[in-house]
Design a protein around this ligand. Structure first.
Ligand SMILES: C[S@@+](CC[C@H](N)C(=O)[O-])C[C@H]1O[C@@H](n2cnc3c(N)ncnc32)[C@H](O)[C@@H]1O
Ligand code: SF4
Length: 458
């Protein structure tokens, strides 16, 4: 059972901080890093022909814009919007293929959004067909997508499975009608159940759901009801995200009534409730906002301390490179992070001009690679083995990261960490504060920044 955190402890340590889906984090990447630098990274990939790839495709279209949404989502009135987007995706893909060549082995494909099932079946086949044609997709590759059950159906799920998708995750957020009204997202329990069971019947290897806590109108009682319904569905994995309210980046969120939003300890209690209910129901808390059934490969990997984390979240199949396509896509190639333009008009313009639509990136230094590895270990496996970097970095991690580890030392008195001879361990209590611990190893983190860049850590 997860250790409970007191109001005082939370008050002392709850502050804004990164989620470390990458290190260094996106806000510190270089705006001067553009197409030229990305092409150099892609060329370097040609010298590593045996490395496996992951692929991310961003499909931004949605039927309606939910008030609370923090994703890069678009509601378009244009009749051919999706086809035009796929035309440009094909062009973007071929610009990359011109550099790296066809037939690279691919072990993971993920379609995120927006709402990938906004695509009609022929459009799904076209987009997946383009990827299969340009890459050598491994027979056991993980091919996943996000769907909105409000526009889904059992027939659609059968189709998605038949073309090759083997994992699916659906947005649910909350079943309480009052909360749904507050976030501009009406979603019936019946339809969600029908689509969920349709995915099971279709034979997906993994059927996952997304929830959000901290939404206006949510109470302990109402969220207990939602969690009870979710547990009855028996999803393989659950992402229960803390609501990120960032109206300065997502103006649609101005419609969210913040006066009814649980904040501070009240919000955190909803997460503690989530942990308790899932743990009782046979799930493990994987980390931050993720849960998985105890026999799911994520939970097994966590127990065996071989879990990884990338832009898609926790994974057991780390590929050394991730190619990202579509507006706002984030990728990583040969130790270079890259992000595509998140403005559809500008992404279109770049593609039409034959350019790769990169707006920022970061070339990892030796020091970045070391800190990144250390943060990955802590975020995924709750420990930092001190010998992890030998011989790659020439000295043990505890010597190279001495300053950061000294800054972490006071967390021992709080009961968050334990320093052993050969490793630093994050305790069960400390798991709630893993991001705070990692922030001490982050060479870029601006502790005095007045600009809100990140959500709260706890
Ligand atoms: C791309 S959507 C999932 C697919 C589909 N568009 C849908 O909404 O059903 C990704 C997920 O991000 C989460 N999300 C969206 N906006 C969020 C926010 N402001 N804070 C926290 N999580 C959010 C939701 O759980 C959502 O299901
Ligand atoms: S939550 Fe999903 S459906 Fe709603 S706007 Fe965001 S991406 Fe679209």
């Amino acid at each position: 059972m997860a250790v409970h955190v007191s109001r005082e402890l939370l008050g002392k340590h709850d502050k804004a901080g990164p989620r470390y889906t990458s290190y260094p984090t996106v806000p510190v990447w270089d705006r001067e890093f553009g197409e030229t630098e990305y092409r150099t990274a892609l060329e370097a990939l040609t010298h590593r022909p045996d490395d496996d790839l992951s692929i991310y495709l961003h499909l931004p279209f949605c039927a309606k814009h939910c008030h609370y949404c923090g994703c890069n989502a678009i509601v378009s009135r244009e009749k051919d919007a999706v086809d035009l987007y796929l035309d440009r995706f094909e062009r973007e893909l071929d610009t990359v293929i011109d550099v790296i060549g066809r037939g690279r082995r691919t072990v993971q494909i993920h379609w995120g959004g927006g709402t990938p099932n906004y695509l009609k079946p022929p459009q799904v086949e076209r987009a997946l067909g383009l990827l299969r044609d340009r890459f050598d997709v491994a027979p056991d590759a993980e091919i996943s997508l996000e769907i909105d059950p409000r526009i889904g159906s059992p027939e659609e799920s059968t189709h998605l499975q038949s073309v090759g998708f083997n994992r699916i995750s659906m947005g649910i957020q909350d079943f309480e009608p009052d909360v749904q009204k507050a976030i501009g997202r009406k979603q019936s329990l019946e339809r969600t159940r029908r689509v969920f069971h349709g995915c099971r019947d279709a034979g997906f290897e993994g059927v996952n759901v997304d929830l959000v806590y901290g939404l206006p109108g949510q109470t302990r009682e109402s969220f207990t009801d939602t969690l009870t319904e979710i547990i009855a569905l028996e999803p393989d994995r659950v992402a229960c995200f803390g609501y990120a309210h960032v109206p300065w980046v997502r103006p649609n969120q101005e419609k969210v009534d913040t006066t009814r939003m649980p904040v501070g300890y009240e919000k955190f209690e909803l997460f503690q409730l989530t942990i308790d209910m899932f743990e009782t129901a046979g799930y493990d808390w994987i980390g931050i906002d993720h849960f998985a059934k105890r026999d799911d490969e994520l939970a097994v990997a966590l127990r065996e301390r071989r879990l990884h984390r990338n832009f898609m979240g926790y994974t057991t199949r780390p590929a050394p490179h991730m190619l990202a396509f579509g507006m706002s896509g984030i990728g990583e190639v040969c130790d270079h992070f890259v992000q595509n333009d998140a403005d559809l008009g500008q992404w279109n313009e770049a593609i039409d001009a034959g350019r790769l639509p990169i707006v920022r990136g970061h070339a990892l230094t030796e020091d970045d690679r070391l800190r990144r590895l250390a943060i990955l270990h802590l975020m995924c496996n709750n420990e930092l083995p001190f010998d992890l970097t030998v011989p790659e970095f020439g000295a043990p991690a505890d010597e190279l990261l001495a300053d950061g580890l000294a800054a972490i030392k006071p967390y021992e008195d709080e009961g968050f960490v334990e320093f052993r001879n050969d490793r630093l361990i994050i305790t069960d209590l400390g798991r709630h504060f893993a991001r705070n611990v990692c922030m001490e190893l982050d060479a870029y983190f601006d502790r005095d920044s007045k600009t809100p860049l990140f959500s709260r850590t706890v």
